[in-house]
Design a protein around this ligand. Structure first.
Ligand code: NAD
Length: 233
């Protein structure tokens, strides 16, 4: 584990265009269930168990969300692609310009005409930009993904030289195309996920530990590298 943490720290320090890609697994440590993990909504359903109780609005960012914000502060995050709808990346302080939320966000409305996004207000139904229909931004299964988010996510995946997956089973498409696009473009692929994914054989570095056991240590390592560089200068 120590060696893999050191490797990931070095790769993030050296990357020209580091891209992170998150799924429901990054938010389980905030008390939000994923779908396919051992205690996920679908895993429980398949066992005839009731869904766990949770409240999107009460969930708070955890140490992994905060670690990604620290990377942003260090200039070590070129872009963040998320499948999550829980708003925890924005709540943690991610710059909205560095984020594509491929499946929407429970706190946001989106214009079906021009793609304009704004905070949810019950009576707000008309887009102030184009007059189109404002509707909840969360993407339901089978619905198309928000065009602009998908386009920008593909662009950054293609440009990335380091692509880090955090907490995703990588089976929901087209989101799961992103790490494949990155691989095809020559990026190093890192997967931090408790359970197996279809890309495990192709990735360059694999963590089966919890995201919260990996990302804060990587950020601490980067801080140390920076301090050492400062002392040497
Ligand atoms: P998924 O449920 O298919 O997979 C989650 C993966 O995360 C699992 O493989 C699990 O082993 C892993 N995991 C769980 N906790 C972890 C941890 N602490 N550290 C590392 N790995 C951990 O989720 P997905 O791939 O994101 O795809 C499912 C879909 O579910 C997405 O479309 C997403 O929009 C939706 N969803 C979102 C939320 C959310 O916003 N928090 C919650 C449930 C589902």
């Amino acid at each position: 584990m120590e060696k893999r943490i050191e490797t990931l720290t070095r790769w993030i320090a050296e990357a020209k265009h580091p891209v992170f890609f998150t799924g429901a697994g990054i938010s389980t440590e905030s008390g939000l269930p994923d779908f396919r993990g051992p205690d996920g909504l679908w895993t429980r359903q398949a066992k005839g168990l009731p869904p766990p109780k949770f409240d999107w609005s009460k969930a708070m960012p955890n140490q992994s969300h905060r670690a990604i914000v620290e990377l942003q502060g260090m200039g070590r995050l070129a872009f963040l692609i998320s499948q999550n709808v829980d708003n925890l990346h924005l709540k943690s302080g991610i710059n909205p310009d560095l984020l594509a939320e491929l499946h929407g966000n429970v706190t946001k409305l989106r214009c079906r005409g021009c793609g304009f996004k704004c905070d949810y207000f019950p009576d707000l139904t008309i887009c102030p930009i184009c007059g189109g229909k404002l509707a909840p931004s969360v993407v339901n299964f089978g619905d198309p993904l928000p065009e602009k988010d998908l386009e920008v996510a593909e662009w950054h995946s293609r440009k990335s030289d380091l692509f880090v997956v955090v907490g995703s089973s990588l089976v929901v498409f087209p989101a799961a195309e992103m790490p494949k696009i990155a691989l095809q473009s020559g990026a190093k692929l890192v997967i931090i996920n408790k359970e197996e994914t279809p890309l495990d054989q192709l990735c360059h570095l694999r963590f089966s530990e919890k995201a919260g056991e990996v990302l804060p240590r990587v950020v601490a390592g980067l801080r140390e590298l920076k301090a050492n560089a400062g002392r040497a200068a």
